[in-house]
Ligand binder design. Structure first.
Ligand SMILES: [Zn+2]
Length: 193
């Protein structure tokens, strides 16, 4: 067998679960989500729905134009379905936003300012991806310890990760609808937690 037959040359693209398109149409349509609370409600609803439908872990994320509230892209956790460990909600949302914009850098001066809204704080991988994505603001719902409490591992993230992002010009807002975000995690985990 040749090396090219054994070693993959193409990684499959991310694919959102089929229910997401209808979910977004019915929940948002053409509306702009003006407040960070409304944006977080969408991220949490995506997390809940993903867990409820069994399409992945209870994590949702979305990229918005920061100043207009226009939705650019969403992501949910599809690690198991895709067979890819990097298929976290944030990684999908950022990738799809970059695809939508046609550019790897969402911080390109010619484009609107972008923000990432995530139902939970980023894990070590997603934390690492955020500076390269070009988003200028990160909005988080549940704390990392809320996800850890139901058995998800957040990885070796720096203790001062918020300051590290802010030093790079990325504002971080935490605890937006945290009780609702935490409830989505706990409801997924079931009565043992
Ligand atoms: Zn992650």
């Amino acid at each position: 067998m040749t090396l090219s037959a054994r070693v993959p040359f193409v990684v499959p693209s991310f694919r959102l679960p089929r229910w997401v398109a209808g979910f977004l149409e019915s929940r948002i349509g053409g509306r702009r989500l003006r407040s960070q609370e409304m944006r977080m409600e969408l991220a949490i609803a995506l997390a809940r729905e993903n867990g409820r439908r069994g399409s992945g872990g209870p994590f949702g994320a979305a990229v918005f134009e920061r100043d207009t509230g226009r939705l650019v892209a969403v992501g949910v956790n599809v690690v198991v379905a895709s067979g890819l460990s990097l298929a976290h909600a944030e990684m999908l949302a950022l990738s799809f936003a970059q695809r939508a914009r046609g550019h790897f850098d969402l911080g390109d001066p010619a484009s609107p300012v972008h923000e990432l809204v995530s139902s939970s704080e980023p894990c070590a991988m997603c934390f690492g991806a955020i500076p390269w994505s070009g988003v200028r603001r990160l909005v988080c719902g549940a704390r990392a310890r809320d996800a850890q409490a139901i058995g998800f591992d957040e990885g070796p993230k720096p203790a001062r990760w918020v300051a590290a992002l802010e030093r790079r010009g990325i504002a971080v807002v935490r605890d937006v609808h945290r009780p609702e975000a935490r409830a989505a995690l706990r409801d997924y985990a079931g009565p043992l937690y």
